[in-house]
Ligand binder design. Structure first.
Ligand code: 13P
Ligand code: ZN
Length: 271
């Protein structure tokens, strides 16, 4: 058996959480990540017949029975994952009943997965129906995206359009736009269900005045989506109070989308 601390998936979780922390997106225990792993890869590092303990999830994830995820722990700080992955992360498998998580590794201090597990697993289920290669769900509190929530209308078309205007690459990186939920109580099955519903249509979902969810095939792709929105929101926040002299026009966005061959939300443009 290989040492799990040297596995590529633990390495990726360490690097990503450290990076997000250093960007200032994940204060205290803010943010959480879940990453679906390949069983054949995990069994090089763990005895899959050895369940440390079982933890009820409180919702039905029948579509994910037998699937294995590495997930950040609740109340854990992204800042600390790198130095102590076994306490701050856990590897869980969804048990045959669909409502129990079998702990295979981690949460060493007897803790458990993120309080946002409903939003994560429900979003995995929704995204896998759209894209069977989806593997990562990421939630974070990026500073400028959040700031923008307070001064910009929380309307999917208007928010996406403004973000597309802020960086030339935006319409190419997230042509499907950004879904938006109003402020809701976090950590509940309700916000999980609402997020998953949006994930049928979007890979990015803003949680009004809380943060953002991203979905993707890889850690890089998911991180890159959120990073691009955050950059656009930063430019918006740097310029929103100044007279706007120039902008990227809708015709130019069409030109970009066509040149890069992306299928964009035509109804989010004003032409
Ligand atoms: P957890 O510590 O339970 O992951 O919660 C952090 C968070 O960002 C809640 O939305
Ligand atoms: Zn949060």
């Amino acid at each position: 058996m290989k040492d799990i601390l040297t596995s590529p998936f633990v390495e990726e979780m360490k690097k990503t959480t450290a990076n997000m922390y250093r960007l200032g997106w994940d204060e205290r225990n803010g943010g959480n990540i879940s990453y679906m792993l390949d069983e054949n890869q995990v069994k090089e590092y763990l005895d899959l017949d050895k369940v440390i303990r079982t933890i009820p999830t409180g919702f039905d994830a029948t579509d994910l029975i037998g699937k294995i995820f590495i997930v950040t722990g609740t109340g854990k700080y992204f800042k600390n994952v790198e130095s102590d992955p076994e306490t701050n992360l856990g590897i869980i498998r969804i048990a045959k009943d669909g409502t129990t998580a079998e702990l295979l590794w981690g949460y060493k201090d007897n803790s458990k997965f993120t309080s946002e597990l409903p939003a994560h697993l429900m979003s995995h289920m929704a995204r896998l129906k759209v894209d069977p290669e989806n593997r990562v769900i990421m939630h974070t509190h990026p500073t400028h995206t959040l700031a923008m929530n307070y001064v910009h209308e929380l309307d999917e078309k208007k928010l996406t359009h403004t973000l597309w205007e802020m960086c030339t690459e935006c319409i190419v990186v997230f042509p499907d736009g950004v879904g938006v939920l109003p402020w809701m109580l976090c950590g509940t099955n309700e916000i999980g269900e609402a997020t998953a519903k949006k994930m049928e249509e979007f890979r990015l979902v803003v949680w009004g005045m809380h943060g953002i969810y991203g979905a993707g095939k890889t850690m890089d792709e998911t991180f890159g989506l959120i990073e691009t929105i955050e950059k656009a929101a930063q430019i918006y926040m740097l310029t929103a109070h100044l007279p706007r002299i120039n902008t990227i026009k809708d015709e130019e966005m069409v030109e970009l989308a066509e040149f890069f061959g992306v299928n964009y939300r035509k109804d989010f443009l004003n032409i």
